[in-house]
Write a protein that binds this ligand. Structure first.
Ligand code: ZN
Length: 412
């Protein structure tokens, strides 16, 4: 008789909703999927007809800023949303004031609480940005590296060294970015659109790719995050990736100016992103303008959703619940048919995994066992309730949800 680490009994897969199936896990991977699998396991889980899917993947979270809202006056949020987001850069300057107080000692507990919430909601992979500039120094990076190591094997955190205040306009940022990568950051993060001139934007992009090449890491960039149709740094990044042969190694975040581009320019930009293998991660709940999700999906580009913020200068809510993010996106992007909701579910699982370059990821025999068991029989019910999963499996092991509740500061 076969012996497994985990046996999930009587669940439903998205592809075969009418059948009750078992999923067996051994050695960190999915060992078998089928009806009434013979064998025993250390942990047997009754799925009670609920959906069994890949765990959730969050490619965009400002983890060094979580729960800093109380430290910042309302001015920042007003500036971010006023005048159709034309003032987003001013909001970043306001939010930067909190960074004068940045210290690893209080950032780490905030981040720990947010990552524990992610585990409770079945979000087991996070690309987490840590600000690197003359005010934040390396405090955010150090805190997130520490939390990344604490959650190893439960939640996999990729720490992005993120030049939030620019490279050219921010004295000392370039040196700090290099130090952050040497400390062990996983991804080089840029924000070229906030530089003052086109030449400076191009220099910012070049710097990030060069640094990423030196450490053989991926690039993540926040692009054109304002209501200005003239912003073009998404195109700039895609062209740089192609010129350097770094296709598939760069991820585009936000790209809100896409909402204002005309059809002719989109007709050039979308195929260019495909050639550069640049996916787009969008967070429709954190601002009034959104990347052109439907156009990207129709063309076959990779698009995914991110949490973006949790209680900081830019967004008052959030709890690392990607089902909640997909629920909000369903309304904000008006994707409400069953096929569209299936696409939204892909955007918080397999598409997001591809965007983060996770490699093997998916619900298939031989794949790493990163799974959730939901109290919902299909994707519509899953989004309707956006409830935490009944069970979470990470690297083939059940996640101890009681200890995650404690770390998240929730009642037992
Ligand atoms: Zn963001």
């Amino acid at each position: 008789m076969d012996r497994y680490d985990v046996l999930i009994r009587g669940g439903r897969l998205r592809a075969q909703p009418s059948r009750l199936l078992d999923v067996a896990v051994a050695g960190g991977r999915i060992a078998a999927i089928g009806e009434r699998i013979a064998g025993r396991a250390d942990t047997e889980i009754d799925a009670r007809g609920g959906l069994v899917t890949e765990s959730f993947v969050n490619p965009h979270l400002h983890l060094c800023k979580v729960w800093t809202a109380a430290m910042i006056d309302e001015l920042a949020m007003q500036a971010y949303h006023g005048a159709a987001m034309a003032n987003a850069a001013a909001a970043i300057d306001l939010a930067a004031r909190v960074k004068a107080r940045y210290d690893e000692s209080w950032i780490a507990p905030n981040a720990r609480r947010a990552v524990a919430l992610a585990a409770l909601h079945g979000s087991l992979h996070i690309r987490a940005l840590a600000d690197v500039d003359s005010k934040a120094r390396l405090e955010g990076v150090k805190a997130l590296l520490r939390v990344r190591d604490e959650f190893k094997g439960i939640v996999d955190v990729q720490v992005v060294a993120f030049a939030q205040d620019g490279i050219v306009r921010e004295n000392g940022a370039a040196g700090l970015m290099r130090e952050a990568m040497a400390l062990g950051a996983d991804v080089v993060g840029g924000i070229p659109w906030i530089e003052a001139t086109d030449a400076h934007k191009a220099e910012h992009v070049r710097f990030c790719f060069e640094l990423a090449e030196d450490f053989d890491k991926d690039v993540s960039m926040l692009l054109d995050d304002a209501g200005d149709a003239g912003l073009r740094t998404l195109e700039l990044m895609a062209r740089e990736a192609i010129a350097r042969g770094r296709q598939g190694r760069a991820l585009a975040h936000h790209c809100r100016a896409m909402a204002l581009y005309d059809a002719a320019y989109l007709g050039v930009l979308i195929p260019l992103l495909q050639r550069a293998k640049v996916p787009v991660v969008t967070d429709p709940h954190t601002g009034p303008l959104h990347a052109r999700v439907q156009a990207l999906l129709e063309a076959g580009n990779t698009v995914c959703l991110g949490q973006d913020d949790i209680s900081d200068a830019y967004y008052p809510f959030g709890r690392n619940n990607l089902l909640e993010v997909a629920f909000l996106a369903s309304h904000l992007l008006w994707m409400t048919t069953r096929p569209e909701i299936e696409r939204l579910y892909d955007m918080i699982t397999v598409a997001a995994a591809k965007a983060m370059n996770l490699g093997d990821f998916g619900l298939g025999v031989g794949m790493p066992a990163h799974l959730v068991v939901l109290d919902a029989p299909d994707v519509i019910e899953a989004l309707r309730w956006h409830a935490p999963p009944a069970h979470v499996i990470s690297h083939g092991r059940p996640v101890d949800l009681a200890s995650m509740r404690r770390l998240a500061g929730l009642a037992p």
